[in-house]
Design a protein around this ligand. Sequence first.
Ligand SMILES: [Zn+2]
Length: 93
Amino acid sequence: MNDVKKPKRFIAGAVCPRCSEMDKLVMYVDEQQRQVRECVSCGYQDVMTDGGPEELTTRVNQPRAGEKPLSHEDEVQVVNILDTNPGANRKDH
Ligand SMILES: [Zn+2]
């Protein structure tokens, strides 16, 4: 049996439906490319099977061409650029 370590990401602010602990849920993709939520506190598992995960990933990572970004996404992007690169991209020096 393979015991391959898969990347697991904690879901910030997520509450476990079983034990009600916050920030104990991790999310990862299993061998069948299903998105699995798992609680590291009580062992609760929830497999998402009905087409949700792919759409979620696509929307978050790659905004569709021609589709306007949500206003709050645009805002976050601008703030990040200003915060992380203070004057780094200036060409008018
Ligand atoms: Zn739990």
